[in-house]
Design a protein around this ligand. Structure first.
Ligand SMILES: Nc1ncnc2c1ncn2[C@@H]1O[C@H](COP(=O)(O)OP(=O)(O)OP(=O)(O)O)[C@@H](O)[C@H]1O
Ligand SMILES: [Mg+2]
Length: 423
């Protein structure tokens, strides 16, 4: 589909303009302020509607503006009044379409894509422009990436603090138990041991006293032979008692040595300090390990996030050979776009523009004055080769080249030439 004829009235700077683009490249020429951009804007606004329309489409002092595009199979007519804009899309037989903007949206891709403007963008802007076409939101990606990055930085900070605290902690002696010693239990044990000792001493003293008595009695027996019979009875009794006491002593439980227990009591305080230090250290070690793991997981999430974007961009539907889109910029055959030659960039930019507008192969270029003669020749070659139309704005003072705009109108000589051609 081609732009066969443009007609515009009272749109921006334009008074009344009507022309037919000729050849692949149609320069729109004229002095500064003559109305060249108004011509390109008229086409973009008629096709793109609200998003591409200027703030003030109606020429000052007028009440209505109108742009009509003859695209061969259809005619597009958009009008602006103080109330707003209306759009009509007419078929060849004059019938109008019910949803005219939907018809245009199917026909027109990224009309606002200007190959020259694209070539001059910063690498990140170029990538963002193409990523948008590929359906990726680089800003959202950047924000999410920043969020993960900040989170990891905070976690790393905490991990470092924990490691620092660990390094400052005193070493715990080897063999320190996990549980604290119970001082009450030790005291109870000591009390029981002392009680046992007292009881044992009593039994022992009883036995010793009995033995002494028995011995004294023996001496008295010798001395009191006379009383022997009587005393022997007593003596025998005492012997029995003595024996029984000895048996009790033999049967009595051996008392525990209280000294080691006392020693454990004395050591308990220091030992318990070490136990607490050990527990604290183990706690810190667990926290440090957990933070390190968390940081690692976030690093993996960052990589996955970047990889997902790279994959989406790599699959972008732009049939331009050698074109690569990454988050940081656009490459051509692996070379950063800004390092490619002017011709290479123009070639790729035009190819992108064509890929974005496969049906209505129409490109609107605004800063055409930046292209030298070689650039214009290359553009002509590319557009002709692709069967595309280019309307390119170029500042020119002198002779009429292409469509010359003077004070919002097509200069007389060009209009006449155009009419002669049409006739
Ligand atoms: N709605 C409007 N009514 C009247 N004049 C307007 C309106 N909109 C823009 N203009 C005027 O149109 C002129 C700019 O028109 P336009 O941008 O089409 O010119 P140009 O030929 O592209 O100029 P340049 O060479 O500087 O790019 C300015 O003088 C501006 O004040
Ligand atoms: Mg301009």
């Amino acid at each position: 589909m081609q732009l066969i004829e443009l007609r515009a009235e009272n749109f921006k700077r334009l008074v009344a303009v009507r022309f037919r683009p000729t050849g692949a490249v149609t320069p729109i020429t004229g002095k500064n302020g003559a109305g060249k951009s108004s011509v390109l804007d008229a086409i973009a606004s008629a096709l793109g509607g609200g998003a591409l329309a200027p703030e003030l489409p109606i020429r000052a002092g007028q009440t209505r503006a109108e742009v009509e595009l003859d695209l061969g199979d259809i005619v597009v007519r958009r009008k602006w009044t103080a109330k707003g804009s209306t759009l009509e899309v007419l078929a060849k037989d004059g019938a109008s379409y019910k949803s005219p903007q939907a018809v245009l949206d199917r026909l027109v891709g990224e009309l606002s894509f200007d190959p020259l403007a694209f070539g001059r963008m910063k690498p990140s802007e170029q990538a963002a422009t193409l990523a948008k076409v590929a359906g990726a939101d680089l800003d959202a990606h950047k924000a999410e990436r920043q969020r993960l990055f900040d989170q990891r930085a905070a976690v790393n900070r905490q991990a470092k603090e924990l490691a620092g605290a660990l390094a400052l902690m005193a070493r715990v002696p080897d063999g320190t138990p996990d549980e604290e010693v119970s001082l009450t239990a030790v005291l109870d044990e000591l009390k029981a041991a002392e009680q046992g000792q007292r009881e044992y001493d009593l039994v022992r003293r009883t036995k010793e006293a009995a033995l002494l008595k028995f011995e004294a009695q023996g001496k008295r027996v010798a001395a009191l032979r006379a009383e022997l019979a009587e005393q022997e009875k007593l003596w025998a009794e005492m012997e029995r008692e003595s024996q029984s006491a000895a048996e009790r002593l033999a049967a009595a439980p051996r008392p525990l040595d209280p000294e080691p227990i006392r020693q454990r009591g004395r050591e308990a305080e220091g030992l318990n300090k070490a136990v607490r230090a050990k527990a604290l250290r183990a706690n810190r070690e667990r926290e440090a390990a957990a933070k390190a793991a968390e940081s690692e997981a976030l690093s993996a999430a960052l990589s996955a996030h970047d990889a997902a974007l790279e994959t989406q961009l790599a699959a972008a539907p732009l049939p331009v050979p050698g074109l690569g889109i990454q988050a940081g910029g656009v490459t051509l055959g692996g070379i950063p776009f800004s390092q490619c030659s002017g011709a290479e960039r123009l070639r790729a930019s035009v190819a992108i523009a064509l890929a974005l507008n496969p049906k209505l192969k129409l490109m609107l270029i605004r800063d055409g004055s930046l292209l030298d003669d070689d650039g214009m020749r290359l553009l002509d070659e590319l557009a002709a080769g692709a069967g595309a139309q280019v309307l390119i704005e170029r500042v020119a003072d002198g002779k009429a080249v292409g469509v010359r705009i003077v004070d919002g109108e097509v200069a007389a000589e060009a209009a006449e030439a155009d009419e002669a051609k049409a006739a």
